[in-house]
Write a protein that binds this ligand. Structure first.
Ligand SMILES: Nc1ncnc2c1ncn2[C@@H]1O[C@H](COP(=O)(O)OP(=O)(O)OP(=O)(O)O)[C@@H](O)[C@H]1O
Ligand SMILES: Nc1nc2c(c(=O)[nH]1)N=C(CO)CN2
Length: 743
């Protein structure tokens, strides 16, 4: 006979909505829950249940539930406990009792007691492998929300991931070879990529002697069953170029199914579920290694932070928070890729998707987190330097000098957005932009210039399309792609527009230069933050519109611009500039401060150079006077340095000659200390975090160390990726990192 051991939890009091009476549906009442877990002694010794965690999860689940009967509630509690404990481990038996102490006037309580094992829940088509559809099935009217993890560490990693996403959206074509599809029509299969995370460069986990990965995640909507989806992702991995390799080894692309609705599946027989090394050819959902992988959790946290793991009953944000990240772990770095456009035509590629471009370059957030954009105005009426650049040779020499001076992207504009600027036809604007793009790309033998990322400042799809075809990489749209002439509103066929949107990089700007807007509606944010909040809400809505839903721009392709100098008073402009970091660093916004900031985490473009709000400041006071844009150099430098001090990744749009641009670049570059500092800083942080808490504590809340563990200040330490050290050890506070460098 197998001897068993029992664990008890008694008198857990949880307020909840329970019962059928009208009053009971309105107000929470206390329910008292007791439960007992029984299992073989041997299994429990090896893997005892974490009762503290279990109690917390049961409490939260009961508190959030609204069952009509104690029977239903007890059964749900039993199911949750069984699933939490059985996740890859030995099944157990659970007895749950739930009582309502206030239900009966003449009795102490009314109570229900039930005993369950996992087998009792098989009919819910969870957990048991026999219930996972083994055939290729499609239910055309059912839409499932599925979360996928994306990874690549071989070849053009960004291109591989983009190719995989595009192939996902043509499941019928990809799975053609796998016919017969059990009577289902390939055309009925549907997958839409409806949201994407940021992308991160990550150090390889498990098998560490291999190249760094690019990792991300996406949400898809599909009518495919879990197993058909598995077949689809495995087929796509092969098409993109994945070849068999060592376990956890290098791969062109890796697509893992992380979550499928709220479902729980395991195709392995019950006796094989203890192990995670026998997954080949099987399907386990949620992905069994999710909770240990920062490279999956962090991107998921960008898009579905509140999604609750159906077994562990914790949100993605909580799983990420609970992850034990060691200070010595290399940090994950957000990256910003630029496509090389137009794409090379690969006639051998047999699938009907838009040709995926190679990657021109990619920027990292952490290293040199500030960059300079030079502005090439090709309008005769440009407000500060018109007439100097609108001649091709002069323009090219400006671009060359700007690149030498440190510009990392060129923004070309052929239609001024200043108030009262003359109307320019689409053809005229195109002719003002395209020849300049072509001329830059034709700078043979001068790779730095010929390969410089180019953005085009336009709000018209015809101009954008022509510019991208000529070799521009990025569209800088003052209306954030939601204007009257942008793609989604144009008469252009949707599919074609979608192709253009996914191919390019996008700069989403907030508003044109019309009347100053009234921001009173956002005054809840505080007397001095209404404009800032207005920008977050309005630009946030526009950005959500372009990154979410079918045909969206990838989140990793978007840079946001709060539009300093656009539709704001002088105070409004200053407010945004002074709080520039809050545009993208504040996680929550809204009247209750509980709405996710849709701009959270985006790289930011800041354009202050020579703008008229600086002119307004220079005109103030006794010694003030009217200035021309060219006279606002010092004011520009002050404004740029104000933003550089705050924003983790910022791109500064400069409208100035190359020599001024050089000082902006140097100013921005001042955040990059020489390599020996970086090494010294990381070593010191590692040392301090070890000393401070002996590596014992992993969350800021629990480390008892003093506030003064780090006596030195290094601005760069934070940027260089020591955020893990900062996070795991509160002795090293972010506030310690001012802009002084250690001698
Ligand atoms: N949720 C899931 N998503 C993807 N594959 C899964 C899943 N569950 C089980 N598998 C199985 O895992 C097997 C190994 O997949 P793969 O080759 O991608 O492994 P890996 O990338 O080395 O590891 P991992 O999947 O843990 O990232 C596949 O044969 C697949 O059937
Ligand atoms: N950083 C990182 N490490 C990995 C990854 C990955 O995607 N990113 N995938 C693996 C196998 O799936 C093994 N290790």
């Amino acid at each position: 006979m197998v001897s068993t051991v029992e664990f008890f939890v008694e008198d857990l009091v949880c307020p909840t909505i329970i019962g059928v009476g009208p009053q009971e549906r309105l107000e929470k009442q206390d329910v008292v829950v007791n439960f007992k877990i029984q299992n073989a002694v041997e299994a429990m010794v090896i893997d005892p249940p974490d009762l503290r965690d279990l109690v917390k999860q049961v409490f939260e689940m009961v508190q959030d539930s609204t069952y009509l009967t104690l029977e239903a509630l007890s059964s749900a509690i039993a199911k949750d406990i069984l699933m939490i404990l059985a996740y890859g481990k030995t099944p157990v038996k659970v007895t749950v009792s739930a009582s309502k102490p206030h239900a009966l006037p003449l009795a102490k309580s009314s109570e229900v007691v039930i005993t369950r094992t996992l087998e009792d829940y098989e009919h819910l088509h969870h957990v048991d492998h026999r219930t996972v559809p083994r055939t290729m099935t499609v239910a055309p009217s059912t839409v499932h929300k599925v979360v996928l993890a994306l990874g690549s560490n071989l070849g053009d990693r960004f291109k591989n991931i983009e190719s995989a996403l595009r192939l996902l959206e043509i499941p019928g074509e990809v799975l053609k070879e796998h016919k017969p599809v059990d009577g289902d029509k390939a055309e009925a299969m549907k997958v839409d990529v409806v949201d994407t995370s940021f992308l991160y460069e990550t150090a390889p986990m498990y098998f560490t002697d291999q190249p760094a990965f690019i990792n991300g995640a996406c949400v898809i909507e599909t009518n495919l069953s879990p197993l058909t989806l598995l077949l689809l992702v495995k087929t796509i991995e092969t098409i993109v170029g994945r070849v068999p390799s060592v376990r956890n080894g290098p791969r062109a692309v890796d697509l893992d199914i992380i979550l499928y609705d709220n479902d729980v599946f395991d195709t392995r027989p019950v006796e094989d579920r203890k192990d995670l090394d026998n997954l080949e050819g099987q399907l386990v959902i949620p992905h069994p290694r999710l909770a240990e992988r920062e490279f999956v959790l962090r991107p998921l946290n960008d898009i579905v932070p509140d999604l609750v793991h159906p077994v562990l009953k914790k949100s993605i944000a909580r799983l990420l928070q609970d992850l034990h990240i060691s200070p010595s772990d290399p940090p994950m770095e957000k990256v910003i890729p630029f496509p090389r456009l137009p794409p090379r035509q690969d006639t051998a590629f047999a699938y009907p998707i838009e040709q995926v471009p190679d990657t021109l370059t990619h920027w990292k957030y952490g290293k040199a987190g500030t960059k300079v954009m030079a502005t090439l105005n090709t309008t005769p009426d440009s407000f500060s330097d018109g007439s100097t650049h609108n001649v091709l040779p002069a323009a090219i020499s400006y671009v060359k000098d700007s690149v030498t001076a440190g510009a990392r992207i060129i923004d070309i504009g052929g239609y001024s957005t200043r108030p009262g600027a003359a109307f320019v036809s689409v053809d005229e604007e195109t002719n003002r932009v395209v020849p300049y793009v072509q001329a830059i790309r034709e700078q043979n033998g001068q790779d730095q210039v010929a390969d410089i990322p180019i953005s085009v400042d336009t709000f018209r799809w015809e101009v954008a399309e022509a510019a991208l075809a000529a070799g521009a990489n990025c569209i800088n749209d003052v209306y954030s792609f939601t204007g009257p002439d942008s793609y989604p509103h144009s008469e252009k066929n949707n599919q074609e527009a979608e192709g253009i949107m996914t191919k390019m990089k996008a700069i989403a700007r907030r508003g044109d230069a019309g009347q100053n807007k009234d921001y009173k509606v956002y005054e809840y944010a505080g007397p001095n933050e209404a404009v800032l909040e207005g920008v977050r809400v309005e630009l946030g809505e526009k950005v959500e519109k372009i990154v979410k839903g079918k045909g969206g721009v990838r989140r990793w392709s978007v840079i946001v611009d709060p539009g300093i100098g656009f539709s704001k008073t002088l105070d409004g402009n200053l407010e945004v500039l002074r709080h520039a970091s809050q545009v993208v660093d504040a996680p929550f916004i809204g009247p209750e401060g509980n709405k996710m900031n849709p701009l959270y985490g985006f790289p930011q473009l800041i354009g202050v150079s020579r703008k008229s709000f600086l002119g307004a400041i220079l005109a103030e006071g006794q010694h003030g006077r009217k200035t021309t844009p060219k006279e606002r150099v010092f004011a520009t430098a002050a404004a740029v340095s104000c933003a550089v001090q705050q924003v983790r990744f910022s791109l500064h749009k400069m409208v100035c000659p190359p020599q001024e641009l050089q000082s902006a670049h140097t100013l921005c570059g001042a955040r990059d200390p020489p390599p020996e500092y970086v090494e010294a800083i990381s070593a010191r942080l590692r040392y301090n975090s070890r000393n401070c808490c002996n590596g014992q504590y992993n969350t800021a809340a629990t480390c008892p160390a003093s506030e003064n563990a780090c006596p030195h200040s290094y601005a760069y330490a934070y940027d260089e990726g020591s955020s893990t050290a900062l996070f795991t050890c509160p002795g090293i506070r972010r506030a310690d990192y001012t802009v002084t460098f250690c001698p």
